[in-house]
Structures are given as C-alpha cells and as structure tokens.
Design a protein around this ligand. Structure first.
Ligand code: 5GP
Ligand code: ZN
Length: 122
C-alpha cells in the first residue's frame, strides 16, 4: 500500500472511478482518457510499481490477473473474435510511457477503423 499513489487511492475508493470489476485482489475501471471505444485499466490492489517488479512467487496471482483480461474486455464492449478482439498493454518506466507507477494493464477494444486490418464497416 502506498499512501500517495493514485491507483492505490482508487483501489481504496478514496478517488472515484467507473469500476467494472472488483474482487479481493484486483480492481478494474474505465481509463479517464480513453484511447479506444473500450479502454479499461486492470490493477492489483496491492501496490507493485510495474511488471519489472514481478518476482517468481508472483506467478499465480499474475495468471489470475491475465485470465481476467479477455473476460473484462468482452463483458465491457469488445466485439467477439475473430473480427473483434482486444489489446493488452503494460507500460513500464519513463521510456516505456508509464505515467502512474502502480502496475496496470490497459485493456483496449472496440472498432478502430484506422487499424491496418480493421473489419469492414457494417
Ligand atoms: P500509463 O501511461 O501509466 O501506462 O497509463 C496511465 C493511465 O491512467 C492513462 O491512460 C491515464 O489516462 C489514466 N489515468 C490517469 N489518471 C487517472 C484517474 O484519475 N482515473 C482514471 N480512471 N484513469 C486515470
Ligand atoms: Zn499504488
């Protein structure tokens, strides 16, 4: 737990967020500045700075976190495979584009017609 970490504060419900999933270990919410029609952030409630801080004993909860990704994507508007799908992004460090130093997965989905291999418009 980190007292001045933004995502720890969201995990403790001290800062409001549009929460789409919460359990003992994880919380997922809408990104405040979405980069796609579906843009969720999935975080462990326990403070961990980034993927670079994962230890060997973290394998089991990390696998549980990964298994949430497709479920949350499809429950929150990502279109079914194969035409739909989702993107998982985890930034680490300044050159990795990380702005909030609490591990988070970006889950992106929805129609993005500017993609090279976009599904034809309906
Ligand atoms: P990063 O650049 O660290 O990988 O991603 C941080 C993400 O957090 C950004 O996409 C940004 O829009 C999002 N973000 C920053 N502050 C807040 C906030 O207060 N609430 C929510 N829901 N998202 C935030
Ligand atoms: Zn934190």
């Amino acid at each position: 737990m980190s007292h001045d970490c933004l995502f720890c504060k969201i995990a403790r419900h001290e800062i409001p967020a549009k929460v789409v999933h919460e359990d003992d270990e994880f919380i997922a919410f809408h990104d405040i500045n979405p980069a796609a029609p579906v843009h969720l952030l999935l975080i462990p409630k326990r403070h961990i700075a980034s993927l670079a801080d994962i230890a060997p004993q973290d394998g089991e909860w990390l696998a549980r976190m990964l298994r949430l990704v497709p479920r949350l994507a499809f429950e929150n508007g990502a279109n079914p495979l194969p035409e739909g799908g989702f993107r998982l992004v985890a930034n680490a460090g300044i050159e990795g584009g990380q702005e909030v130093d609490h591990l988070h997965f970006h889950i992106l989905g929805g129609a993005r017609p500017w993609n090279k291999r976009a599904a034809p418009a309906a």
